[in-house]
Design a protein around this ligand. Structure first.
Ligand code: OSB
Ligand code: MG
Length: 387
């Protein structure tokens, strides 16, 4: 696997722009931690060497999935991360990541900057992001994550719809009161489809007997059943379940991934570049799982097309052996901010673009019309000194 994440000569970063863009979802998305009907997308645009790179910070408006929010992300980028990056030309991804090493936490904010940088770097090399990351697949299998519904019939109708569209795996959000009976009915109506569930940390180890009831339904995995930062109880639960546990929230970086695999906390990893702090951590987790024979798939955060394009590039790496939460643009938004939009073919795959950088164009007019605010940071801006 060849991976080139350094520039042929250091990249001078002239500016970093944060842009808040409001996009309505085609329908509300409900999980065990809440319901969203629109997304306030944080786009990162990094300018340098006459080029630009685009990234996205996947934080939500409220600290539910993670403690990070749109507000905390804007704060740490403005006051700490952007000044560190603008201080001197950047040699490559390791240099960029290293500039932020002194700071703790805020992985989603870090990731957004890494994404924009890698897009810029790939464009400077005239190569796709998939290529600079060492991607090996030119199409990736699509999956869909279906939120909690008011009625089981509404869920069954959606399952049918996405199966008919060719999606290769259906994931159901669950929570206490919307779990075993719903899964039983979904399975009864769809005996053959690859099915999984995601609890977003809605249970505790005391629910183990209840969770074991899910073993009957041939699920590919049960995602993040227990607390968001737990590895120990998951290891204990995994020993009593036949169904593989997949961790999402609990895998905050490569150290948590290594510990989870050593402890037996999961048999599958949901890899989200935003959650783990960017490509530097995502690549390390990917390589670790590949070397241990642990399947990885690419998760999503209801991203705009910019974030999704990065997910498509990441999912082209060889360790991604299961369909991810990568769905067509129209599954999320009536209109996406990239062109072409992400499409899922009749046999349930997304093509990995070959063009330079993201391989999709950002639709500036539409982005402008949906923008709520813009802040731009340059090397001349007032800043906090860190070293
Ligand atoms: O837990 O995987 C999750 C969306 C927002 C926050 C957390 C999660 C999700 C999803 C949807 O499951 C993934 C997607 O389609 O983008
Ligand atoms: Mg999840």
């Amino acid at each position: 696997m060849s991976r080139v994440l350094t520039a042929s000569s250091p990249l001078r970063i002239d500016g970093i722009e944060l842009r808040l863009v409001r996009l309505e979802l085609v329908e509300p998305f409900e999980t065990s931690f809440g319901r969203v009907s629109s997304r306030l997308i944080v786009l990162v645009r990094m300018e340098g060497e006459g080029l630009e790179g685009w990234g996205e910070i996947v934080a939500g408006e409220q600290p539910l999935y993670s403690y990070e929010t749109v507000g905390t992300a804007v704060h740490v980028v403005r006051d700490f991360f952007a000044p560190a990056i603008l201080r001197a030309p950047v040699l490559g991804l390791d240099d960029l990541a290293g500039r932020l090493d002194a700071f703790r936490g805020h992985p989603m904010a870090r990731a957004g900057l890494q994404l924009a940088f890698v897009d810029l770097l790939a464009r400077s090399r005239g190569e796709s992001i998939s290529r600079v990351l060492g991607g090996s697949q030119d199409r990736i299998p699509a999956g869909v994550s279906l939120g909690i519904q008011g009625r089981v019939e509404d869920l069954l109708e959606r399952i049918e719809r996405y199966v008919a569209l060719g999606y290769r795996r259906i994931k159901l959000k669950i929570k206490p009161g919307w779990d075993v009976d719903v899964v039983a009915e979904a399975r009864r109506r769809n005996p053959e489809i690859p099915l999984s569930v995601d609890a977003n940390a809605a249970y505790t180890l005391a629910d183990r007997d209840h969770l074991r009831l899910l073993d009957r339904y041939g699920l590919q995995m049960i995602e993040q059943p227990l607390e968001h930062d737990d590895l120990i109880d998951h290891a204990q639960l995994q020993r009593t379940l036949n169904t593989l546990i997949c961790l999402d929230e609990s895998i905050g970086g490569v150290r948590a991934a290594r510990q989870a695999l050593d402890l037996g906390s999961c048999g599958v990893v949901n890899l989200k570049v935003g959650r783990v702090g960017g490509y530097s951590q995502a690549l390390a987790i990917h390589d670790l799982c590949l070397s241990r024979g642990v399947p990885v798939w690419c998760g999503g955060m209801l991203e705009s097309g910019v974030g999704r394009a990065h997910n498509v590039a990441l999912a082209s790496l060889p360790g991604f052996t299961m369909p991810g939460d990568i769905s067509a643009s129209r599954r999320y938004f009536a209109r996406d901010i990239i062109s072409p939009e992400v499409e899922v073919s009749a046999n349930g795959t997304v093509e990995v673009p070959r063009g330079a950088g993201l391989g999709y164009e950002v639709d500036r007019d539409y982005v402008n019309s949906a923008t709520e605010s813009v802040e731009r940071f340059t090397s001349r801006a007032k800043r906090v000194s860190v070293s």
